[in-house]
Design a protein around this ligand. Structure first.
Ligand code: DOR
Ligand code: ZN
Length: 457
């Protein structure tokens, strides 16, 4: 059990056991001239004791002399972003991402909370591992890292993991997923949904019927055939989403669908929501922007699961996000080492970085074309994810007395993506060299600045 030994070593070396919460500097911050939700004239916002203390006309808010002043005329103020779907790779693949490096990327990307997926090594299928990840996140202190618990032992899809123990443990696990793999056995999924209702948690399904994606490498269609790739059919996603909606309905459970990628899934979700089934769904920034045209490059940086789809899928996903059939954006931030990405297509691992580019991609694909305004961005990147995970202190209104989990965005600035300059240890971004709109200028976690002007504070 080398993995477990490594886990314990880290605990000793960090002095954990008793969580060492990072020192909370209770500072005051005055945000000057900001536009909450990008609406109206600029206001001054005083942040003190971890909450929004006062909002007033420019110059009308009295701040103590010790307050840090952020000149932010015309910048957009939003609730801190919340990512329901992040892969942080610790424990097990710290050569690609750690809780610390991922927290830096998250803070720089405007996030104040992220959910770290369970497909680590060892798998987060017990409260020892989930507690470890939780504590690491608290020690780093840049963003709240909520560990996702595995639904099944070892992600094998056979036996339920100790969901109850994880849910009631220190980490308070509230989202369960075998992401990376589908909980394919309908009986296992049914049981997981039944347990989830009693625990007040949500099961997040990676919808992929494995019998339909055996050997699949790319979106099924003319392009994959021409290039010689085994196709990943839309029906593999849609059939699981339909099945699980029905299972959730009978169990009276909440269900969340990870990284929706097809038009047909939007149809199924529309039907399920009309029936009153308690289902929510996320879409990734890369599925909102990129298509399978990228296959022509043969560059595995574009390999992801589910695969990049056709243009008509992208159009439909954007529309569904605007209309609320898709509830939120989640990054599926998936760092991979160079040797796992820079290989022939079929041998490369699926996944791409997302934390530092997500907001800009949403602005590019949703705000610029007029599909969402900034209030809509707050909804899909902060409020809805917080509601789905039932976080009490995130995605809150921008109002006096509310927790100061905030992000400040310069809507008029642009930047160029450079993989090696991102905070992640791995560099696998499909957006390399792209010029993107909107720059995160500051992120605040409980009133403390975590990132400022592209740097960790
Ligand atoms: O592209 C993906 N990468 N999709 C997943 O479901 C898993 C993820 C990973 O862990 O790399
Ligand atoms: Zn997945």
């Amino acid at each position: 059990m080398a993995d477990t030994r490594r886990l314990f070593r880290t605990w000793w070396s960090t002095g954990a056991g008793v969580p060492q919460k990072t020192e909370m500097r209770m500072s005051e911050v005055l945000l000057k001239g900001v536009r909450p939700y990008g609406e109206g004239d600029g206001v001054d916002v005083l942040v003190a004791d971890g909450v929004i203390a006062e909002i007033g006309a420019p110059g009308a808010v009295a701040a103590p002399g010790s307050a840090e002043v952020v000149e932010a005329e015309g910048q957009v103020l939003l609730p801190g972003l919340v990512d329901l779907h992040t892969h942080l790779r610790e424990p097990g693949r710290e050569d690609t991402e750690t809780v610390e490096s991922g927290s830096r990327a998250a803070a720089l990307g405007g996030y104040t909370a992220v959910f770290a997926m369970a497909n680590t090594d060892p798998v987060a299928d017990n409260s020892l591992v989930t507690g470890h990840v939780w504590r690491l996140g608290q020690e780093v202190g840049l963003v709240d890292v909520y560990p996702v618990g595995a639904v099944t032992v070892g992600l094998k899809g056979e036996r339920l993991a100790e969901m109850g123990t994880m849910a009631t443990s220190e980490a308070g696990v509230r989202v369960f997923s075998d992401d990376g793999l589908c909980v394919a056995d309908p009986l296992v999924m049914r049981r997981a949904l039944e347990y989830s209702t009693a625990l007040g948690v949500v099961v997040a399904q990676h919808a992929e019927e494995p019998r339909l994606t055996d050997g699949a490498q790319a979106n099924e269609g003319e392009r994959a055939s021409r290039l010689g790739y085994v196709g990943w059919p839309s029906s593999a996603e849609e059939s699981i989403v339909a099945r699980d909606c029905i299972l959730a309905r009978h169990a009276g459970a909440r269900l969340h669908i990870c990284h929706v990628s097809t038009t047909g899934t939007v149809d199924v979700l529309t039907w399920a929501k009309e029936l009153g089934i308690d289902v929510t769904a996320e879409v990734t920034p890369h599925h909102l922007l990129l298509t399978d045209e990228r296959l022509e490059t043969y560059d595995p940086v574009n390999k992801v699961n589910p695969p990049l789809r056709a243009e008509r899928d992208v159009d439909r996903l954007r529309q569904a996000l605007a209309e609320g059939v898709l509830d939120c954006v989640a990054t599926d931030h998936a760092p991979h080492a160079e040797q796992d990405k820079c290989s022939e297509w079929s041998a490369a691992r699926p996944g791409m970085l997302g934390l530092q580019t997500a907001l800009s991609i949403v602005v590019e694909t949703m705000v610029r074309p007029g599909l969402l305004d900034w209030r809509g961005v707050a909804r899909v990147m902060s409020e809805r994810p917080s509601e789905i995970a039932r976080l009490p202190d995130q995605g809150r209104p921008l109002a006096e007395g509310e927790p100061a989990n905030l992000v400040l965005v310069d809507p008029d600035a642009e930047w160029t993506v450079r993989g090696p300059e991102l905070a992640s240890i791995a560099h696998n971004t499909p957006f390399e060299g792209m010029r993107l709109p909107a720059v995160v200028t500051a992120t605040l976690l409980r009133g403390r600045i975590t990132a400022r002007e592209g740097k960790i504070d």
